[in-house]
Write a protein that binds this ligand. Structure first.
Ligand SMILES: Nc1ncnc2c1ncn2[C@@H]1O[C@H](COP(=O)(O)OP(=O)(O)OP(=O)(O)O)[C@@H](O)[C@H]1O
Ligand SMILES: [Mg+2]
Length: 202
């Protein structure tokens, strides 16, 4: 489970305070697949960072399993490694002689795993980042806009790959309103409030 209890978050910069999350509580069930929908700037990425434990500058209680894999909204591929080496990074000792990284990349439509990040389009970079997140054997997968900037067919292909590689695990995917691929079945939660104060099942 991922438990959020009365979570509050403000950013402070240049003497200004921006309150983004106020008193948010929600429990994500083990093995559940969730889509969080909300408009740009409402605090979705901020919330994922808090759930991932990457952002501890907040108040309230956050309980999450120990192994969490995150795919970021902006590609964070290491630029000096090829796509397959970026994926292999998280496979650790189980580094694939069987071509696990290459197979995963191909499932997401990247058929040239030797390409460097600088040789990829924006959408390909995002999918390579998604492949790396899926390769990591985690308890929960937090995916920030995993299907953004993809045509519908590619988005559905990626959605199928996400569901295949996260079966039985908790998945929380953040998307812009109404852009979830048709085959990405899950509980849709709508962001409510400004500051964000509730996730309401749709
Ligand atoms: N590091 C930061 N410092 C100050 N303000 C920030 C910071 N990061 C985000 N914000 C502000 O917090 C609010 C929420 O940002 P966040 O990135 O969580 O939104 P989002 O819902 O993910 O948006 P999008 O759909 O565009 O990705 C915005 O008003 C943003 O300007
Ligand atoms: Mg965001």
């Amino acid at each position: 489970m991922i438990i959020l209890e009365n979570v509050c978050k403000s950013y402070r910069s240049d003497g200004r305070t921006v309150e983004v999350i106020r008193g948010l509580s929600f429990t994500f069930a083990d093995g559940g697949v969730y889509v969080i929908e909300g408009p740009s700037g409402c605090g979705k990425s901020t919330l994922l960072g808090i759930m991932a434990g990457a952002d501890r500058d907040r108040t309230g209680r956050v309980e999450a399993p120990p192994l969490i894999s995150v795919s970021y909204q902006n590609s964070v591929l290491l630029p000096w490694l090829s796509c397959s080496s970026n994926v292999n990074l998280v496979l650790g000792g189980r580094r694939s002689t069987a071509g696990q990284a290459e197979a995963l990349l191909a499932e997401l439509g990247i058929t040239e795993p030797g390409l460097m990040p600088s040789e990829l389009s924006g959408g390909m970079k995002a999918r390579a980042g998604l492949a790396r997140a899926l390769a990591y054997p985690a308890d929960a997968y937090l995916l920030d806009e995993p299907f953004a900037n993809l045509d519908p067919a590619t988005a559905e292909m990626c959605a199928a790959a996400v569901l295949r590689h996260t079966a039985g695990k908790t998945v929380v995917a953040v998307i812009h309103e109404g852009t979830a691929p048709k085959n990405f079945a899950g509980t849709t939660l709508v962001c409510r409030g400004s500051p964000l104060s509730a996730l309401i099942p749709k």
